[in-house]
Ligand binder design. Structure first.
Ligand code: GTP
Ligand code: MG
Length: 163
């Protein structure tokens, strides 16, 4: 009787652990026009995938002025805003939803792989250190919180386009 209760107890713990480790979280990311133009899409995706993260949605598109201004609304009025909009609308981007499993949030995992905003200050081997040209053309965008990730992926993708 005691044995079977202990067995049931450990089975329950093991099931809970399995569910937790299988849990996924996701973030939004976008390869910026200059990195697309310089043909770094494949290398950037390879770095994301080889880190264990998964591509859950993928779309090549070109932002209109209006879309870019809405997407980067939080930066409106800042000195770099106009340059940012100009560069972000200068050619196609690759928008994606990136998913990961495990306890560490995917938002932070992807931000770590991408590196600091300024490519000159980005840690070696990060995407921005490798492929960024300057702070405006820093190769890639990634959401900075769960809330912005949700908003940004809805900006680009319908629910049935995310796998
Ligand atoms: P994103 O992933 O693109 O959102 O970058 P971030 O979260 O590292 O930086 P942030 O959201 O503060 O800024 C958005 C984008 O604006 C950056 O990716 C840069 O391209 C640009 N940016 C931010 N700060 C500066 C700045 O001080 N100067 C210039 N020229 N551009 C900036
Ligand atoms: Mg940001």
């Amino acid at each position: 009787m005691i044995r079977s209760s202990i067995f049931t107890f450990f089975m329950a713990i093991s099931a809970t652990t399995t569910v937790l480790s299988a849990e996924t979280s996701s973030t939004f990311s976008m390869i910026k026009p200059r990195a697309v133009q310089e043909q770094h899409i494949g290398e950037i995706l390879a770095r994301i995938e080889s880190s264990g993260l998964k591509v859950a949605a993928l779309k090549m598109t070109r932002l209109s002025q209006e879309q870019a201004k809405t997407f980067y609304k939080e930066h409106e009025g800042k000195p770099f805003f106009n340059a940012l909009i100009e560069k972000m609308t200068s050619g196609p981007v690759v928008a994606m939803v990136i998913a990961g499993s495990g306890e560490e949030a995917t938002v932070m995992r992807l931000r770590a792989i991408i590196g600091a905003t300024n490519p000159e200050k980005a840690e070696p081997n990060t995407i921005r250190a490798l492929f960024g040209k300057n702070v405006t053309e820093n190769a890639i965008h990634a959401s900075d919180s769960e809330e912005s990730a949700k908003r940004e992926m809805q900006f680009f993708f319908k629910p049935d386009e995310i796998f």
